[in-house]
Design a protein around this ligand. Structure first.
Ligand code: BJW
Length: 257
């Protein structure tokens, strides 16, 4: 593993790998949205929520125990996300997608900021915070229903004694099968995997870099902190995603076609 720090210049060997890579997979986590003002999962919670652990709130058990509290937490996060904009890291990933022959952005984030920045080939492993689903049937609940039935939480239209819940993946729940299969299929083909802003603690996403490497991909991690992924990464770019991703995007702009 080779660590690269400020002043944000890529080593020549890595530049060559980036230019020659035909198929890219990017895995992102909460750190990529941090510079937009969205707190990461492992940041201390703020204000009203400071005394709760996200792991307790982001679970079916937490919701069953206190649906109002969990619902209010998600409403608070939705309002926070509504106010923020994609940052330089999100925009750089949308540019990288345009430069790459084959590309898939696999995100654990639920905030839609990649799509807002213009990324098109995005797979959401942990769902989307703007979706609502029925606690009993898992069926989608329309925005219209949600607007007509304000509450905390909102009753589900699909089953009695059921509620609307966020369409995200909580601890102990399976990832959406189609999204996970799409990610694995891209990883099986990729020659470059970029991993940005994830603690590498939450499975099964945390195992994807190792999987890609075992299939022959070069793994590049961007994170200001060391993570379990650092130990296996071929390159570790120490710094933030808004610092490093634009450097990579700029590097690819000079690519000869
Ligand atoms: C920056 C930065 C900047 C800061 N620039 N970087 C195998 C072994 C052990 C346990 C398990 C296992 N398999 C499954 C489990 C259980 C569990 C799990 O992994 N637990 C671990 C905590 C131990 N996994 C699951 O339950 C998953 N389901 C599953 O596997 O189903 C099969 C199964 C079912 C039943 C039993 C067994 C298996 C589901 C996981 C769902 C995760 N859901 C959440 C909530 C989503 C909804 C919501 O948003 O509310 O997803 S939890 C939370 O963690 C969220 C995130 O997507 C996810 C990952 O977090 P992420 O993105 O890495 O963020 P952080 O905050 O952890 O880290 C931020 C990083 O950014 C840090 O490194 C910073 O340094 C860095 N950073 N600023 C770049 N500017």
């Amino acid at each position: 593993m080779s660590t690269v720090k400020e002043p944000f210049i890529l080593p020549q060997a890595l530049q060559d790998q980036l230019i020659s890579a035909k198929s890219w997979v990017v895995l992102t986590g909460a750190g990529v949205s941090a510079e937009s003002g969205v707190p990461t999962f492992r940041d201390a919670q703020e204000g009203l929520w400071a005394k709760y652990r996200p792991e307790e709130l982001a679970s079916a058990e937490g919701f069953a125990r206190d649906p109002k509290m969990v619902w209010d937490w998600y409403q608070w996060r939705r309002e926070l996300i509504n106010k923020v904009k994609p940052n330089a890291g999100h925009h750089a990933l949308a540019e990288i997608e345009q430069s790459a022959d084959e590309f898939l952005l696999v995100t654990q984030n639920v905030d839609s900021l990649h799509q807002a920045a213009g990324s098109q080939k995005v797979v959401e492993l942990h769902g989307n915070i703007y979706r609502n689903i029925c606690t009993q049937t898992g069926r989608d609940i329309s925005d219209e229903w949600m607007t007509q039935h304000p509450g905390s939480p909102v009753p589900s239209p699909h089953a009695s004694a059921a509620f609307a819940r966020p369409g995200v993946v909580w601890f102990g729940e399976s990832l959406p099968q189609a999204a996970f299969e799409q990610a694995i299929s891209a990883l099986n083909r990729c020659d470059l995997m970029l991993v940005a802003g994830t603690s590498g603690l939450v499975q099964p996403a945390a195992s994807l870099p190792q999987w890609a490497q075992q299939q022959g991909a070069c793994v590049v991690e961007i994170n200001p902190e060391q993570t379990p992924i650092s130990a296996i990464a071929d390159y570790r770019l120490a710094g933030t995603s808004a610092q490093w991703l634009p450097v990579i995007a700029k590097n690819l702009k000079g690519k000869a076609y």
